[in-house]
Design a protein around this ligand. Structure first.
Ligand code: C5P
Length: 208
């Protein structure tokens, strides 16, 4: 079984993906971390973000077991990740890696922007998580503050809008729901409610 979860930043897809993987006994890959890891390596070496050959070489050496969300969650790494995510050759490399992960038994939950459309077009179930920009900005501000960081709501909202526009507006694999994705708007839901709704969708599809 493969569960594909897509959606914009702070839509709740990461938490849902982790919980669904635990619930159904599947492996989990947060594909955003693969873009973040490449971006972090380029930043650490002071290399230009547009250097596709170096980005591809870095992607080839990625070890999926060593991706650490705590290390890679920094705001500037997310920004850099969304800039390099427009490079078609880099995407090809990372998508191949992600497909290999998905195909290993017993299956997996992958979350990202293009899982249902590009990485796993034949996924058993596809979910597309959304929430209003204001709700997502409130969640992201609270999350950053709970980690001791400084976060101003207005700036977080501006950043999210900019990243949404870049992710949805790019030519290659733009953020958009697959035709057969189930939409889950989590604006009015806490995580428990969203998780139950997602389990119901998955169980419904498997019962068909
Ligand atoms: O989800 P996260 O914020 O960690 O992703 C960082 C960036 O990586 C996104 O803004 C997006 O540009 C890119 N990304 C992507 N395709 C994916 C996952 C992430 O283009 N499947």
């Amino acid at each position: 079984m493969i569960i594909a979860i897509d959606g914009p930043a702070a839509s709740g897809k990461g938490t849902l993906a982790r919980r669904l993987a635990a619930h159904f006994g599947l492996r989990h890959l947060d594909t955003g971390l693969t873009y973040r890891a490449v971006a972090a390596a380029l930043l650490a070496r002071g290399l230009p973000l547009g250097d596709e050959a170096v980005a591809i070489a870095t992607a080839r050496n990625l070890d999926l077991t060593r991706l650490d969300r705590d290390v890679l969650s920094a705001h500037e790494i997310g920004e850099a990740a969304s800039r390099i995510a427009v490079l078609p050759g880099l995407r090809r490399e990372l998508v191949a890696l992600q497909k290999r992960f998905a195909e290993q038994p017993p299956g997996a939950v992958l979350d990202g922007r293009d899982i249902g459309t590009v990485v796993c077009p034949d996924a058993t179930v596809k979910l597309f998580c959304t929430a209003s920009p204001e709700v997502r900005a409130r969640r992201r501000t609270a999350e950053l503050q709970s980690k001791g960081g400084e976060a101003a709501y207005d700036k977080v909202l501006d950043d999210l809008r900019r990243r949404d526009a870049r992710d949805a507006g790019r030519d290659v694999a733009p953020l958009k729901p697959a035709d057969d994705a189930h939409l889950l708007d989590t604006s009015e839901m806490d995580i428990e409610t969203a998780f139950k709704a997602a389990v119901d969708i998955v169980d419904g599809v498997r019962a068909d």
